[in-house]
Design a protein around this ligand. Structure first.
Ligand SMILES: *[C@@H]1O[C@H](CO)[C@@H](O)[C@H](O)[C@H]1NC(C)=O
Ligand SMILES: *[C@@H]1O[C@H](CO)[C@@H](O)[C@H](O)[C@H]1NC(C)=O
Ligand SMILES: [Mn+2]
Length: 621
């Protein structure tokens, strides 16, 4: 699963400092560069990547602030995904080194993430072995191989969870572990923890789904371990091995297919379950077989393998269908009982459900490839076709957030395709939002999404509710973009190779820049008259950046729309395709004008009848 994870690692202030530092670094790069000299696509792409990360980070910092405001007394602030953090570490100032210990070995891999917080005392030979395994697996296998399989984990639950009493008679559970070239000791530890922490009379089987691993130890050595387990628990473990790698989604489906118990839990294999993880899930499904559940994940650091507690949160997504954490609905917080299950728009990937019910509603979309989007499809389908989704705070799973994944390098390719399937089958008129979010044209986007007819038939057969119902009732935080009328690059026909661009970040002055069509140049015009430059946010609680006429001078402004609105800035514009962009208050226009340097600049001035075109029209405006 994609880990838009909550990380405590850096803490709020650290994250904020890192964010600000990076922003100023970016500004530095931007200022170094004359916009007229840098039209190369590579440059733009590099910029785009940095900006994307910044956007992501900014969003998350906003969320942190929000969630802090939201629940000030909680001990664990939400933070952001490890992936972005890691990449950002490259611009982080080196921290002062602690005093060297006596006869410490030379640091052989000073730039490896593995050794930033771990491995001080290793010999050179050990460092080499640890680094080799880390590069291969994305987590610290060297350490894993040296920890007991039944190591104890801190109890990170709310203390009241331990006092809850669950019925003795509960549905039985099949635990499915999906893996592709997982480290043997990690997989064994997952198995060990499931056996040790699940009541024996409830644990019917563990289904190992091997998505065509190539490592030898996942054959012979794993089988030896299974033999040992089978001496105490005959036939507990079932192995499903794929003849070729089918991807995470197909692997999950095949795991469900092989399972036979009342309830199926489909998990990653780099996990350890916590004490009493199964009972709250099984009790909830016993009450209502149509509820699909997720435990709360704790993070296991990929380097130290230590457990970091995460607070319970809902699982949701943006319009690209990347998954992310989200607040529960206000009702959950009002109850002031952190042990109660909370409603959730979707799951992150790991899921626990009544086996037959999951089958009745169509398991997962078989037509999806590799990774991503299947969890959102499941979320929408379960909610609109008669079930519901909940996150269960008293059920905890420790999950390693890997530094890198074994599946395809660029997961966005499969996610994009899968997201388009979800849009086509489930989102009715709102499917455009997925296309807009991926910056694709509404017609002829040229991406083969495969056959969706089976999925459409399923939706009809189950008589599922419209997507509008889902947004109104399950995920109202999502901005429906209903009054969005156009999007894409904005060009003036006096200078066709230049595009409106958000300008330096941080900063509040949009500019004219040679077109590269990446997100800093994406514009969005709403029927309300708001003009966003440099991206559009998926959620109502996030803020976009609005073009404003400062009222005097000729320099256009670009400000947080909520702030601009509070301050009464002139932020509403009259615009029709191929016509002028005129401010509704000041009556001045956004135009381009040649400066003393003979280049065109973006200005606000008395309208002279200039013509602008935006790349994509959603509806006539
Ligand atoms: C781990 O297993 C060993 C051997 O069975 C046992 O002696 C030890 O107490 C166990 N440790 C924990 C933390 O359960
Ligand atoms: C820009 O477009 C307008 C309207 O189509 C046209 O009248 C004008 O000549 C164009 N200007 C240039 C420089 O092409
Ligand atoms: Mn995982």
């Amino acid at each position: 699963m994609r880990i838009r994870g909550v990380i405590k690692g850096l803490g709020l202030l650290g994250t904020f400092a890192l964010f600000l530092y990076t922003v100023s670094y970016l500004m530095f790069i931007r200022n170094q560069q004359n916009p007229k000299e840098s039209s190369s696509v590579q440059r733009a792409a590099a910029e785009e990547t940095i900006l994307k990360k910044l956007e992501g980070l900014e969003g998350r910092v906003n969320k942190i602030v929000e969630s802090l405001e939201h629940r000030l007394r909680r001990e664990e602030p939400a933070a952001e995904p490890q992936k972005e953090l890691k990449e950002l570490k490259e611009v982080k100032k080196p921290e002062p080194q602690p005093k060297p210990k006596k006869k410490k070995a030379k640091k052989l891999f000073p730039n490896s993430f593995l050794f930033s917080n771990w491995g001080e005392d290793l010999s050179e030979e050990e460092q080499r072995a640890a680094e080799r395994a880390f590069v291969q697996y994305g987590y610290n296998v060297f350490l894993s191989d040296r920890l007991p399989l039944n190591r104890s984990l801190p109890d990170t639950r709310n203390p009241r969870c331990a006092t809850k009493v669950y019925p003795k008679q509960l549905p039985t559970i099949s635990v499915v572990l999906i893996y592709l070239d997982e480290a043997l000791s990690i997989l064994k530890r997952a198995i060990r923890s499931i056996i040790d922490k699940t009541p024996a009379h409830l644990l019917k089987e563990i289904v190992l789904v091997d998505d065509h691993s190539t490592h030898d130890d996942l054959q012979g050595s794993l089988d030896e371990y299974i033999e040992v387990i089978h001496q105490e628990r005959p036939d507990l473990i079932k192995k499903v091995r794929h003849k070729e790698s089918l991807g995470l989604i197909q692997a999950r489906i095949s795991g469900w297919d092989a399972a036979v118990s009342d309830v199926v839990a489909i998990l990653d294999a780099h996990i350890e379950v916590h004490k009493q993880w199964a009972e709250p899930l099984l009790a909830r499904i016993k009450e209502d077989r149509t509820v699909v559940l997720s435990p709360v994940f704790d993070k296991v650091n990929f380097d130290t393998l230590q457990v970091v507690k995460y607070i319970p949160a809902a699982h949701a997504f943006d319009w690209k269908l990347w998954c992310m954490y989200e607040s529960f609905r206000p009702e959950w917080y009002k109850r002031h009982d952190e042990t109660e299950p909370g409603k959730s728009p979707s799951v992150m990937g790991i899921l626990v459900a009544d086996r037959l019910f999951l089958g009745e509603i169509g398991v997962l979309d078989k037509g999806m490839q590799i990774y991503g989007g299947e969890n959102v499809e499941l979320g929408i389908r379960v909610w609109t076709c008669g079930g519901s989704i909940e996150v269960v705070p008293c059920s905890k799973i420790a999950h390693i957030e890997r530094a890198h994944k074994p599946y395809a390098l660029d997961l966005s390719i499969s996610l994009k395709r899968n997201a388009l399937r979800v849009a086509e089958v489930w989102m009715d008129d709102y499917k455009n939002n997925v296309l807009i979010s991926w910056n694709l044209p509404l017609k002829n986007h040229g991406i083969d999404i495969g056959d969706v007819s089976e999925r459409k038939k399923l939706r009809e057969k189950l008589k599922c509710k419209p997507f509008k119902w889902y947004m109104d009732n399950v995920y109202p935080q999502l901005d429906t973009w209903e009054d969005l009328v156009s999007y894409g690059a904005m060009r003036n026909n006096l200078s066709e190779n230049n595009c409106i661009d958000q300008g330096p970040v941080p900063g509040s002055v949009p500019i004219l820049h040679p077109c590269h069509f990446y997100s800093p140049q994406m514009c969005y015009y709403r029927r309300s008259g708001e003009f966003y430059i440099g991206g559009i946010k998926s959620h109502k609680y996030s803020s976009n950046r609005c073009l404003v006429d400062p009222g005097e001078g000729h320099v256009p402004g670009l400000h947080d729309c909520k702030v601009a609105s509070q301050k009464g800035f002139h932020m509403y514009w009259e615009f029709k395709q191929g016509q002028e962009v005129r401010n509704k208050h000041s009556n001045r226009c956004l135009e381009i004008a040649q400066g003393l340097d003979s280049y065109y600049h973006l200005v606000i001035q008395t309208c002279s009848g200039q013509h602008w075109r935006i790349h994509n029209v959603i509806k006539d405006f």
